[in-house]
Design a protein around this ligand. Structure first.
Ligand code: SF4
Length: 164
């Protein structure tokens, strides 16, 4: 099973629970991994049987909007794993794409920068400053409008505030 970089999944402790019950888990944000092991886990996520992830935003009409730094999370959401489960708190629902991008710029991306201790200006300002340095997290934006034909995506909205 693959686990995408997601504060929601970390809050739920899903990676540990799966390992405890004997699943092989490809999770690149476990502590103590070497850079080679992190890269191997990211690659393994692309072809795993089941990929679990959060989403930065979901629109009221069901579009999944995400900003990614490396790309393994959004790539695995779109194609590769046999099944994809997207778990999200109800706080991630917004009316449309415009509001989704606004939420990423003012909430999700700055909070992720803070959590990952990135020295980017949004940590101080609380909103995107469109930085251009090597530590920038916002390199890839994706919108999944409808289920791609070769993917089996299931979205579970949990009725509480999870992630950011
Ligand atoms: S582009 Fe830079 S400043 Fe904007 S949210 Fe991303 S990391 Fe922060």
């Amino acid at each position: 099973m693959g686990i995408g970089g997601s504060w929601t999944l970390m809050q739920l402790g899903i990676a540990d629970k799966l390992e405890e019950r004997g699943n092989t888990v490809f999770c690149h944000h476990k502590s103590g991994l070497t850079p080679e092991e992190v890269l191997a886990a990211r690659r393994a996520q692309l072809t795993c049987d089941v990929f679990l992830t959060g989403t930065n935003v979901i629109t009221a009409d069901g579009r999944l909007v995400n900003m990614d730094a490396t790309g393994n999370r959004v790539a695995a959401m779109m194609f590769g794993p046999k099944k994809v489960f997207v778990l999200t708190g109800a706080n991630k629902i917004v009316p449309g794409i415009h509001e989704a991008m606004e939420r990423i710029r003012t909430t999700a991306a700055p909070q992720n920068n803070k959590r990952l201790n990135r020295p980017n200006p949004c940590v101080e300002s609380g909103q995107c400053m469109d930085c251009q340095g090597p530590t920038r997290l916002c390199n890839i934006t994706t919108v999944i409008h409808k289920k791609p034909p070769a993917s089996d995506i299931h979205v579970w909205v949990i009725g509480e505030e999870l992630g950011y």
